[in-house]
Design a protein around this ligand. Structure first.
Ligand code: NAD
Length: 549
């Protein structure tokens, strides 16, 4: 039996994937899967297509950055000649110019993805092959961690240590987790009496359009790509126009890992062109979107033309509720992490703080003290920096305007950190700010800020009031509760209308646990078992065991 498994495995690898590998990555290898190469792809190949540039980042790290559309395992130009600039948010200087996909490029990539899906060599491959490809990709991400973290820091503005020690490990863990699922996607069987039985199979959906935001470029891409590929789909990824570089580099790693041509395409481009074309393409069977609520509404409208399956991860205004029996020191530290991490650009940011009247002042003092002691805004390349710039100018200006509105609405300023500027005086830096005395109806308490701004609302007195006010928003993504009373913790968690509730912590997600929102924060979940099931169709098969007409 063991031998037979091995034999089958070898057959599927040898006969099905090897030709793709030979064509695209390893022309000199003819045996079974080669070990992943840790060398960076040959720049000549890319340079020939004018689709890569050797970059040297401010930390001195150098690599060959793909800048084309990744289609059929090649980086190519858009025939339109359209480009988009990637900007360093710490200096406002351009990093590189990328080829920008237009609707005709999307059409091309989707047709190739559809052809690849319909040609059963990918869809029907032994699932252990998909498992091994994902594991190999995880190893390549680990081998190239320094390059990927450098790219993410330069393009997005997050501190290098965060990119290296938080984002890249999350990417690796997610790839490994879903690699484990690839050969465990089973259906159910039904005993329907002596004359009939039925069973279900879990089948891939088809071509999946994956659209990602700017705040966690690589993590968002992999949260979608890993389950989609593990389930046997083909994918077309449209990264944020602000932060496409790491996803393009990941595309290069997928080629090194040995994914066959046509399985993965990556199309940098503008949302209202490339994104809209992807969402409305009739051959795209599923769209997984992460971004703002207003864009999700447009995605839903466009996708309705062909009734696509949708997973929508959108905005939030997540409450952090501190009861009078909580460990206030801990609550303040988690509250800091829940709003100031990633420059506040966290969809689940627990920035809307509701604190019991008896501990309100103590909590605010601790939050201010902890922020003062720990927050270092500055160059994302410095080891001590905890907060880099906001990723885009639009976002930066939006936050400034919300701060202004908050002040005009009577928000009390409990703390504002020092203003950082780069040497040239540029960069989208916003200091950490803690506002208090915020009424629930104000803009600061109702709208997503997506910046390092803590909003401490007016205090509450009863549990019912806390729950009512926590739910008093159009969003329903996350929530944090701080209490030592175990019964209260679970009771309140049940009553909070959100996709995720943290008890005595904030933001500590795990690839094994589903992640998603309710109300205007989204539909469906990513991660966990739900995350991969969303990329499958459950088909029912009915078997007549003797019923006769
Ligand atoms: P955004 O909505 O502006 O863009 C997201 C993506 O959608 C980008 O790739 C963009 O190019 C694309 N897009 C824009 N218009 C489109 C259209 N008409 N059709 C198809 N695609 C289109 O969001 P953003 O500013 O990049 O990201 C910030 C937002 O993302 C925040 O609201 C944040 O809360 C949310 N977010 C949510 C989660 C979550 O899991 N719930 C995670 C991260 C970010």
């Amino acid at each position: 039996m063991l031998w037979r498994r091995r034999h089958l495995y070898a057959r599927s690898v040898h006969d099905i994937l090897k030709p793709a590998i030979i064509r695209n990555c390893y022309p000199h290898k003819t045996a079974s899967f080669p070990r992943p190469s840790s060398r960076i792809f040959t720049t000549t190949r890319i340079a020939r297509d004018d689709c890569a540039t050797t970059l040297i980042a401010p930390n001195g790290h150098s690599w060959s950055q793909p800048s084309g559309l990744f289609i059929r395992n090649e980086f190519v130009k858009s025939p339109s000649g359209e480009t988009l600039e990637s900007i360093d948010p710490a200096t406002e200087r351009p990093i590189i110019s990328l080829h920008a996909a237009q609707s005709s490029d999307v059409d091309n990539a989707v047709n190739i993805a559809h052809e690849t899906f319909e040609n059963t060599s990918w869809r029907d491959v032994d699932p252990t092959v998909r498992r091994d490809l994902l594991l190999r990709l995880a190893n390549l991400v680990s081998d190239h961690a320094h390059t990927l973290a450098t790219i993410e820091t330069w393009d997005n503005g997050k501190p290098f240590s965060t990119a290296l020690h938080e984002d890249i490990p999350d990417v690796i863990a997610t790839l490994r987790y879903y690699a484990g699922w690839a050969d465990k996607l089973n259906g159910s069987s039904f005993n329907l009496g002596p004359a009939k039985m039925a069973y279900t199979t879990r089948e891939p959906v088809g071509v999946c359009g994956l659209i990602t935001p700017f705040n966690y470029p690589l993590c968002s891409a992999v949260w979608k790509l890993a389950p989609a590929l593990a389930a046997g789909n083909t994918v077309v990824v449209k990264p944020s126009e602000h932060t496409s570089l790491s996803t393009l580099y990941l595309a290069h790693l997928t080629r090194l890992a040995g994914f066959p041509a046509g399985v993965i395409s990556v199309l940098p481009g503008l949302g209202d062109r490339a994104g809209a074309a992807l969402v409305s393409h009739p051959l795209v069977a599923k769209v997984a979107f992460t971004g703002s609520t207003s864009t999700a509404q447009s995605v839903m409208r466009f996708a309705s033309g062909s009734l696509k399956r949708l997973t929508l991860e959108t905005g939030g205004k997540s409450p952090l509720v501190v009861f009078e029996d909580a460990d206030i020191e801990q609550a303040a530290k988690w509250a800091y992490a829940g709003v100031m991490s990633n420059a506040g650009q966290i969809c689940t940011s627990t920035a809307r703080m509701l604190v019991h009247e008896r501990v309100h002042d103590h909590f605010v003092d601790k939050l201010v003290e902890y922020t003062k002691q720990n927050s270092v805004v500055g160059s994302p390349w410095h080891a001590e920096t905890t907060q880099g710039p906001q990723t885009t100018r639009v976002q930066y200006e939006r936050i400034l305007s919300m701060i202004e509105t908050g002040r005009n609405e009577g928000a009390k300023l409990a703390y504002q950190g020092p203003q950082h500027r780069s040497k040239s005086g540029s960069g989208f830096f916003i200091p950490p700010i803690i506002f208090t005395s915020i009424p629930d109806i104000s803009l600061l308490a109702q709208e997503e800020i997506f910046g390092p701004i803590a909003v401490v609302c007016t205090p509450f007195t009863t549990d019912d009031e806390a729950v009512h006010r926590a739910n008093n928003t159009r969003y329903g993504l996350g929530a944090s509760i701080f209490t030592k009373d175990i019964a209260r913790a679970h009771q309140v968690a049940r009553r909070i209308k959100a996709g995720m509730v943290w008890i005595n912590s904030s933001q500590d997600c795990d690839p094994r646990v589903p992640f998603g929102g309710v109300k205007m924060s989204g539909a469906g979940s990513e991660l966990g078992e739900e995350g991969i099931k969303a990329y499958t169709v459950e088909k029912a098969i009915h078997i007549n065991l003797g019923m006769r007409l």
